[in-house]
Design a protein around this ligand. Structure first.
Ligand SMILES: C[S@@+](CC[C@H](N)C(=O)[O-])C[C@H]1O[C@@H](n2cnc3c(N)ncnc32)[C@H](O)[C@@H]1O
Length: 215
């Protein structure tokens, strides 16, 4: 057990099953889109049970994957053993990534920003470990485009939603926060997921790429 561990025994077991179902419903294809074309050294923040690992392209030379929840980390460690690229799963949080300044060519944030206690600090840490011009790939919940759903998101966030979903808050604006952290958005797709089910606070997503500034 690491001092940075954040055990969530009920959520982690629920998420391990849910993530398999969501991947079959189309999240797996979105993960592949998220990671397509990556090369070199990658850092993945909050890797959960490692559902992205099978989608890393062969040009990735190594992945350092950080996960603070012990049960999910154990599952991720097993998933890493079967991956086609070398993946090292580590304890830790977004607040302090185990890489030197500029040590990564790419960083991956997948369904994690919504659970971070300090997103600005996490993005500053991502900037620290990314080399200048490095790429940030993100797939995240986002604030809805319609007023009604925005209200539903805010009500959900202020009541039961974070308790049931491991601290997730849906009324977040990851794209604006990524830009505020100094990144340049180079590709952006807004999408609904799961598309065919009833709209929920977590339905609106953004999938995109951003570039770390050059000095
Ligand atoms: C909804 S899950 C997504 C997991 C995984 N990224 C995926 O795509 O399936 C959110 C993850 O963020 C992790 N997390 C929560 N707080 C974190 C923090 N401060 N730093 C890093 N990861 C965190 C959780 O433990 C969990 O694994």
């Amino acid at each position: 057990m690491s001092t940075q561990d954040r055990p969530r025994p009920m959520f982690s077991r629920y998420y391990a099953r849910l993530s398999e179902r969501l991947d079959a419903e189309g999240l797996g294809a979105l993960r592949a889109e998220l990671l397509a074309g990556l090369t070199g050294q990658v850092v993945e923040i909050g890797c959960g049970n490692g559902r992205n690992f099978a989608h890393y392209p062969p040009a990735v030379t190594g992945v350092v994957a950080v996960e603070p929840e012990p049960y999910l980390r154990e599952l991720a460690t097993r998933a890493a053993a079967g991956a086609a690229v070398p993946i090292s799963v580590r304890p830790g949080t977004a607040a302090r990534l185990p890489l030197p300044d500029g040590g990564a060519d790419a960083a991956v944030l997948c369904l994690v920003m919504c659970s971070l206690p300090d997103r600005a600090a996490a993005l500053a840490e991502v900037r620290r470990v990314l080399r200048p011009g490095g790429t940030l790939r993100f797939l995240e919940h986002t604030l809805a485009g319609t007023r009604g759903l925005r209200i539903a998101q805010r009500v959900a966030d202020a009541t039961l939603w974070p308790l049931l979903t491991g601290g997730c808050h849906t009324a977040t604006e990851p794209v604006a926060e990524i830009e505020r952290a100094g990144f340049e958005i180079t590709r952006l797709r807004r999408l609904r997921f799961p598309d065919r089910r009833l709209t929920q606070p977590s339905t609106p997503h953004v999938l995109g790429r951003a570039r770390s500034p050059r000095p």
